[in-house]
Design a protein around this ligand. Sequence first.
Ligand code: PGA
Length: 298
Amino acid sequence: MNDLRDRIEHIVRQVVMETVERSADSWLPAPFVGGRRPLIVANWKMNLLAADVQKYLAGLAPQIESGPEVAICPPLVLLPVLRAALGKHSQVALGAQDLHPFPFGAHTGEHNGAMIVDAGADYVIVGHSERRAAGEQDELVGRKLQAALAAGLRPIVCVGEQLDERENGTTLKVLRNQLSIALAGLASPLPDPADLVVAYEPVWAIGTGRTATAAQAQEIVAFIRERLGELLSFAWAARVRILYGGSVTVDNAESLAARPDVDGFLIGGASLDPDKFSKIIARAARVKSLDYNREVER
Ligand code: PGA
């Protein structure tokens, strides 16, 4: 029954989005809803060394943090290096790419939330598909989310469907499950909406050069927001930032960011080049910042 409902809902959403896509100018500034400050996150994954950090930071545009919030998630060992080197980019936030759910103990090779805070991070990615591919299940993602919040970190919770799940029409079902299990431990009082981020990362789009269309991203991100509302609180969900991730480039950033529910990006490959990363931020700022400034002035 749920499956049938999901399939019908997905088809209706796609038809609506395609109609909107045909009739709308996709380059129009996105209406800025809920006072959500756009967030653009670099996920360096297992790339770059300490020796690359200065050059990377020097390659970022000087005004990079004047619009969207910007965060860099380097390999864990580079967090203190980046923290010390940020200099004129001191507004750039830092994040880790994973954490262990336990606060301490015999877990060789792992790092807890307190260590990650100590190393200079504000954010931590949890449930990235590359970790899910290594066996991480939704329950564990939920425990990591709780551990992150308990340590004072802002979790960026990744969700997304595999290619076969998209093709067999179960995308919404997969996301419904991922969200309800990962967020099951959240209860009243809910965290400040600025302290929890969700990233929609269709697995088939990560590192493949195959990006979701802006309409597909908007459809699913809006679905995630509704689902957060149903699960927790609609007022809260309206203020939570939901990012898109998966082969974001300088060329597709503007049309994706122009979608009203897409509050920014989680970027892998393109974030390794500071020039491309700066351009993506500038393009997202172009479609979001007018409204962002208006919100700030209120
Ligand atoms: P990509 O990676 O931008 O290289 O597709 C995105 C991610 O894995 O977060």
